[in-house]
Design a protein around this ligand. Structure first.
Ligand code: GKR
Ligand code: MG
Length: 436
């Protein structure tokens, strides 16, 4: 299938005031939608995080994409890598990679730029062939993909402003007790069978108490995870690891950097605590893997096709994790339904996916998705792998246009959780990593 056009549409979506170690989400999250048009008039879609340079970077690849074949994505990947890979990488960005929560990490520019193009090309090729994207990745090894409830401490509010203000479906949650209420509501609505707590917000003792309360509420058969995004020192990570040794399926990014994670791992093991450490911050690209494996820094990698370089790259990461005896889970940032369906097809075709995937999707108001409301449904916490062609969902062009209009009204172009925290809640806020 020849690609005859490429369109990039940035959109803004209402986002509730979710807290994390660096601050709080702004009222809108920004995403970029890539559309590839085939010679038969069909379109394929991909989605990615959107920062200041994202649209220009994607547009800058037009000559490498248009005129090519939707099934020849390796050629495009290599051409993008050649164009962007040679650019100097700022050492400050490399130092920050372990501390960066944004979906637009500068250290993975080539992989990030290729990813939505690959997803759109596979969606287009799948539609042309009448086959689902997972078939283009080797075929599904599971018929449904399980996701985890993703809990956030949060301020009151449902995100968006003025006419875009969305209902606050889960309410304020700034205490362990309120978090249990949030978990009960989300699990009741979606049927999730595992729970992830975004931490690094309250004092660590309160976050440990939150996990204990969740354990009491859901029992030992619901796996729990905690992820403070590097908010803890090695000593605090050890204290939490001890306190929750019997309660966690994994401990995610307790402390910054590969050496920091390796020290936590070594010392926990020395105490007889074998709980795996997981990451989407210490190991974020291929070149991080050898050192991480050498020092046993992490035992679970959270793959993410948006910055690991697409769907086939994460499927390959699964093989690599299996080779080194590591688990594979899936990371998420605030996203729309196109990304969710890309994750579903990827997970369906990845045998060595050893944990339920993360998703921010329950935090998205249906009014903001670019798919028709109700296009994606969870059944007992899982999404059935669509058998229809491509990603198996259709983009609602009116919804896409509304998302773009919102983008034009939003005054910022980069995610800034620190600035938002200062503006709305605490003028003296300082993002200290680690904080405790
Ligand atoms: O949405 O605030 C957030 C998360 O903290 C996100 O930015 C992280 O990248 O979900 C992610 C994670 O697992 O670290
Ligand atoms: Mg994480």
């Amino acid at each position: 299938m020849k690609i005859v056009d490429m369109k990039v549409t940035p959109v803004a979506i209402a986002d509730p005031p979710l807290r994390n170690s660096t601050g709080v989400h702004e009222p809108y999250a920004l995403r970029a939608i890539v559309e590839l048009v085939g010679e038969d008039g069909r379109s394929g879609f991909g989605e990615t995080g959107c920062g200041k340079g994202t649209v220009a970077a994607l547009e800058g690849m037009r000559d490498l994409v248009v005129g090519g074949d939707a099934l020849h994505t390796t050629t495009v990947e290599r051409a993008i890598a050649a164009r962007l890979g040679g650019l100097p990488v700022d050492p400050a960005d490399v130092a920050r990679q372990h501390l960066d929560l944004t979906p637009t990490r500068p250290t993975t520019a080539a992989q990030r730029t290729f990813s939505p193009i690959e997803v759109a090309a596979l969606d287009l090729a799948g539609k042309a062939l009448g086959r689902p994207v997972c078939d283009l990745l080797g075929g599904a090894v599971r018929d449904a993909v399980p996701f985890s409830a993703y809990l956030f401490y949060k301020h009151a509010g449902g995100g968006g402003e003025d006419g875009d203000a969305r209902p606050d479906r889960y309410g304020e949650a700034l205490t362990p007790e309120a978090m249990v209420a949030q978990a009960r509501a989300m699990v009741a609505e979606y049927g999730f069978k595992s729970v992830k707590l975004k931490a690094g917000v309250l004092d660590p003792d309160e976050e440990v108490r939150t996990i204990r309360l969740l354990r009491d509420a859901f029992g030992p058969d619901v796996p729990l995870r905690i992820d403070p995004n590097c908010a803890w020192t090695v000593e605090t990570s050890l204290a939490v690891g001890r306190a929750l040794a019997d309660a966690l399926e994994y401990l995610e990014d307790p402390t910054p950097t590969i050496p920091g994670m390796a020290e936590v791992r070594r010392r926990l093991l020395a105490e007889g605590i074998a709980m795996p450490l997981a990451t989407n911050m210490a190991v974020t690209k291929w070149s991080d893997v050898p050192e991480s494996v050498r020092v046993d820094a992490v035992q679970v990698i959270l793959g993410d096709h948006h910055y690991w370089g697409g769907l086939r790259a994460v499927a390959q990461l699964g093989r690599l994790c299996e080779t080194f005896g590591l688990g594979l889970s899936m990371h998420s940032n605030t996203h729309l339904g196109i990304s969710l369906m890309a994750m579903v097809h990827l997970a369906a075709a990845t045998p060595h996916l050893t944990y339920d995937c993360d998703t921010h999707y329950p935090w998205l108001d249906p009014a903001d998705d670019v798919l028709a409301a109700g296009s994606i449904t969870f059944e007992v916490g899982a999404i059935r792998v669509p058998a229809g062609p491509g990603l198996g969902v259709e983009v609602d062009r009116d919804a896409l246009a509304r998302g773009h209009e919102r983008y034009l009204r939003v005054p910022y172009r980069d995610r800034d959780d620190v600035g938002e925290m200062r503006r709305r809640y605490d003028p003296a806020w300082e993002p200290r990593i680690p904080r405790w």
